[in-house]
Design a protein around this ligand. Structure first.
Ligand SMILES: Cc1ncc(COP(=O)(O)O)c(C=O)c1O
Length: 407
């Protein structure tokens, strides 16, 4: 981050900046590490239009979690058969408005009935996928209750229902259990169990699927002092070695969904310091759009103080205590000067919970300076309560590889 670059951003702040070069590099790293796989970008991680255009150019499809994300994918130029609409609780309207413009993945028996009704009314045979909740978890041999998908124990019921649905044909299977994994062996075990389970499900449903969607799981080290990034080449090799073991799955295209890996580190959130206050011996650096600009750092403080357990289940709301690094700059882009002072960086909302970072050591800052927060490319703008307190929301900008900034 050069002073020139920060100085260009200062007048735009509060502002997210996404770096095209980082995104393009991540897209091609994934593709070369997993030669047999097709990737779907999880739009929910960051639906910024310029990012979706790069995703499209790279040949990724999309994992769309709503009718809105299907529509964003189409606008970005993704072909309907490369858009996979998977989410719980789809309504009849969601189905009617997206059928024919994406592949719909049924999340429940009820959704299958809705899909059959819609296909019947259109007098068409619809190809659908089905999301399953397997009888194992990412890290154990036991399944778990889930609001996602159709339970492994319901395969008979699913098969009986599908036999009555003359306008539907199941062409693919989908699973997703857990995000943000950093353990190659654990992911490899998950894929081995998934192939075996998909084969079992395909036998039970008497199908030869066209696609198998393994969901996400590919994580990254948010806190590089305490976590280690996945070895992507090793991970890709671990995936490939599970291929070709089941005849029934021989023609199925393997798909992996990924959001954060592509965009997380490409993003930085810049927000201006508007006040510096002392209270009872403590220093508060007040910035614009804290919780209501970038929720996750503030949420980390809340979750850490209330519950340090079950961290794996709190993604994408919480990753870890040190997931977001803060840096301070003058508005001319030079780093704010030493000495360091222990401060709380807080937002300008009328709630004491609006804490971007508690007890961090920052250089001496003053109003007009800029705070930059790392790891702001995924689940950042899209996950924040931007309308809260009616502040103007942050801007978003794309730093193109040629150095231009597109807003
Ligand atoms: C079904 C599904 N697929 C993919 C993802 C994307 O996960 P990640 O951003 O960790 O790659 C999620 C995240 O919640 C998900 O629920």
């Amino acid at each position: 981050m050069t002073p020139d670059f920060v100085a260009r951003i200062a007048p735009l702040s509060p502002c997210y900046v996404y770096e095209q070069s980082v995104i393009r590099k991540n897209l091609s790293r994934l593709q070369s590490a997993f030669p047999s796989c097709r990737f779907l970008y999880s739009v929910k991680a960051n639906p910024f239009a310029a990012i979706l255009s790069d995703i499209t150019r790279a040949g990724f499809g999309t994992d769309a979690a709503s009718a809105g994300e299907v529509s964003l994918s189409l606008k970005a130029g993704i072909a309907p058969n490369n858009i996979y609409f998977s989410a719980p609780g789809k309504t009849a309207h969601d189905i009617a408005s997206t059928i024919g413009s994406c592949r719909i993945i049924a999340d429940s028996l009820h959704e299958i009935e809705l899909l059959e009704q819609e296909a019947f009314s259109r007098k068409k045979i619809e190809k659908i996928g089905v999301r399953l909740n397997p009888d194992f978890s990412m890290l154990s041999e036991a399944g778990a209750p889930s609001k996602f998908g159709i339970d492994a124990q319901e395969l008979d019921e699913l098969q009986a229902l599908l036999a009555r649905c003359s306008h539907l044909t199941v062409t693919g299977l989908h699973m997703h259990l857990q995000s943000q994994m950093l353990d190659v062996e654990a992911l490899s075990r998950y894929w081995a169990k998934s192939f075996e389970f998909f084969n079992r499900a395909a036998q039970r449903l008497d199908i030869h699927p066209d696609f198998l969607n393994f969901g996400s799981g590919i994580g990254l080290a948010y806190d590089q002092a305490h976590e280690i990034d996945l070895d992507l080449e090793k991970l890709g090799a671990a995936f490939e070695k599970h291929l070709g073991k089941f005849d029934r799955l021989a023609h199925a295209q393997p798909l992996i969904e990924t959001g954060r890996f592509v965009v997380c580190r490409a993003g930085t959130y810049f927000t201006p310091v508007v006040d510096v206050k002392k209270s009872c011996g403590k220093t508060f650096v007040v910035v614009r759009n804290g919780v209501n600009g970038f929720l996750r750092p503030a949420l980390a403080n809340l979750i850490v103080s209330n519950n340090t357990q079950a961290r794996d289940l709190q993604e994408p709301f919480y990753t870890n205590r040190h997931a977001f690094e803060l840096k301070a700059f003058r508005s001319d882009g030079t780093p704010a000067p030493a000495p360091l002072e222990r401060v709380d960086v807080v937002g300008n909302l009328c709630t004491a919970l609006d804490v971007v970072a508690a007890g961090v050591d920052l250089p001496q800052v003053r109003p007009g300076d800029l705070i930059a927060v790392s790891n702001a490319g995924s689940y950042a703008y899209s996950l924040s309560p931007l309308a809260f307190s009616s502040h103007e929301p942050p801007k978003q900008a794309y730093l193109l590889e040629n150095g231009d900034l597109a807003c």
